[in-house]
Design a protein. Structure first.
Length: 266
């Protein structure tokens, strides 16, 4: 395992909460005005979490049987289009982030430190176009040279989650094969993305989806906090060091040393 591909919201930072509040800020009054079924927190996990913003809008609207024009990416946030609502959500997110701030999960930072000690590579893979701003606000920006977010996906034409393409692109930018990388996700669409790709491991972080659901979606390992992975990471590093020493012709084995000593005495 040489590369670790982290989702951002809900994995490295509790910005999933900020996103939840922002989506509620958008859809609670919108659905009320439409006379539709009220917005609930469960809608975030079922229709929105982990998806690109406009896909989240489409999914939620479809759940309520509401059809709106697609519009354009440049639509004003006041426009009643899919893109207009998506842009309105972005305004709500920035306002919520400014009001609430964000701190990284201490356990996630501990895993990042352990990966750095082990010489591993890390990347962020997030559907959000706000990933760089969130990383900066959380004090994590300098840790990640590779960030594949919603803006990169749009610019390069990369299919978003639940397809594995964004994770595969991150592995490529790290100079690694997907088979050398672990995907770390908390969202249903993200776990599906990892499970549908050729990655070495898919780690599900249970932030509310539930262990049974994460298992069904394809997670190989499920944790509540990421520092639970540190002992296994350290054991793997120790094993690797032993194997490397054994394979190094310059490192004599105990048996070879004994033979050398016998020859010297002879």
């Amino acid at each position: 395992m040489r590369g670790w591909l982290f989702d951002l919201d809900g994995v490295l930072t509790p910005t999933a909460v900020v996103h939840m509040h922002a989506w509620a800020r958008l859809f609670a009054p919108f659905l009320e005005a439409q006379g539709a079924e009220p917005y609930r927190d469960a809608d975030y996990f079922a229709y929105i979490d982990g998806k690109p913003r406009y896909d989240g809008v489409r999914s939620l609207l479809e759940s309520r049987g509401i059809r709106l024009p697609e519009g354009e990416v440049s639509d004003a946030p006041t426009e009643e289009t899919v893109h207009g609502l998506g842009n309105r959500k972005n305004e709500a997110f920035n306002a919520t982030l400014a009001e609430e701030g964000v701190e990284p999960y201490p356990a996630s930072v501990a895993l990042l430190d352990a990966i750095e000690r082990a010489g591993g590579d890390v990347a962020v893979v997030s559907s959000s176009k706000n990933a760089p701003a969130v990383l900066e606000a959380a004090g994590l920006a300098e840790r990640f040279e590779v960030v594949v977010d919603g803006a990169v996906a749009a610019r390069e034409g990369i299919v978003g989650k639940p397809a594995p393409d964004m994770f595969e692109r991150a592995a490529e930018l790290l100079g690694l094969a997907p088979e050398e990388c672990a995907v770390i996700e908390d969202a249903e669409s993200g776990v599906k993305a990892g499970a549908s790709g050729p990655f070495a491991l898919v780690v599900g972080v249970d932030r509310g989806v539930g262990r049974e659901a994460l298992t069904e979606l394809g997670a190989d390992v499920i944790v509540d906090e990421l520092d639970e992975l540190i002992p296994a990471l350290e054991r793997a590093g120790e094993t690797s060091a032993i194997l490397n020493d054994a394979a190094d012709p310059q490192t004599p084995t105990p048996g070879a040393s004994a033979v050398a000593e016998e020859e010297d005495r002879a």
